[in-house]
Design a protein around this ligand. Structure first.
Ligand code: DHB
Ligand code: MG
Length: 224
């Protein structure tokens, strides 16, 4: 039923008005054939973060975990002036993402930085501190879950006041509260929930989600 509701509700929300609708569909339908794991956002989730960028007046997005570029393309194509800086470790994924971004005509607004999240975030942070890049207005963390908290900490030094840092997949089919479950991804998700919840200057909430991607959820943190 979750998938049926996603399909119905999404199909009713102006799909034809978007020039990018077919490109976004094609990215999802070809991703398995291109060797990507099926970890991309659902269409509803992609639209949600794109709408968030619009209402929050975001001009620069930082993303950790590009995969095939689906989320980045959502945000950039729905917001004509938005710039996305997205980081990807897996070079096969980088290749697919760059192809998708090119097909979407968004090469000038989506920058894919190759390398490990911690290394690249550290470099980007230096550039921000040096004034070579503006502060970001939204951060989407959707990479290896083990490093969630390190990514969060690095990202929060590079955002404007009152920006959202969103972390994907923190509920993991409820495994997050199975405290005997020491799977590294589960631990990384539990850790970012706990630490963000105690961090001064951060106000966070976890929103559980159901949909075509099953049962999961987002950490949604506002950084002052
Ligand atoms: C996993 C990672 C994701 O980013 C996602 O959206 C779903 C699952 C995973 O590592 O299991
Ligand atoms: Mg994810």
């Amino acid at each position: 039923k979750w998938t049926a509701v996603d399909d119905f509700a999404f199909s009713q929300s102006h799909p034809a008005s978007r020039a990018n609708a077919q490109i976004l569909k094609d990215i999802l339908s070809t991703s398995t054939a291109k060797g990507l794991p099926s970890y991309a956002l659902s269409p509803a989730q992609g639209k949600f973060i794109a709408l968030h960028c619009r209402v929050a007046g975001v001009t620069h997005v930082l993303e950790v975990g590009t995969l095939g570029g689906y989320s980045a393309i959502w945000m950039a194509s729905e917001n004509p002036k938005l710039q996305v800086t997205t980081i990807e470790y897996n070079l096969e994924h980088v290749k697919v993402a760059k192809e998708n971004i090119k097909n979407a005509g968004l090469e000038d607004r989506i920058e894919v930085l190759e390398g490990s999240g911690v290394d690249v975030l550290t470099q980007v942070r230096e550039q921000v501190f040096a004034g070579a890049r503006p502060l970001f207005g939204f951060v989407f963390i959707d990479a290896d879950k083990v490093n969630n908290w390190r990514y969060f900490q690095l990202a929060r030094e590079m955002v404007k006041p009152n920006s959202v840092i969103c972390v994907d997949n923190v509920v993991r089919d409820g495994q997050v509260v199975d405290f005997a479950d020491l799977d590294p991804s589960v631990k990384g998700s539990r850790q970012v929930i706990r630490r963000a919840g105690k961090e001064p200057g951060v106000d966070s909430v976890v929103l559980q989600t159901v949909g075509e991607k099953g049962y999961d959820g987002w950490l949604w943190a506002v950084v002052s």
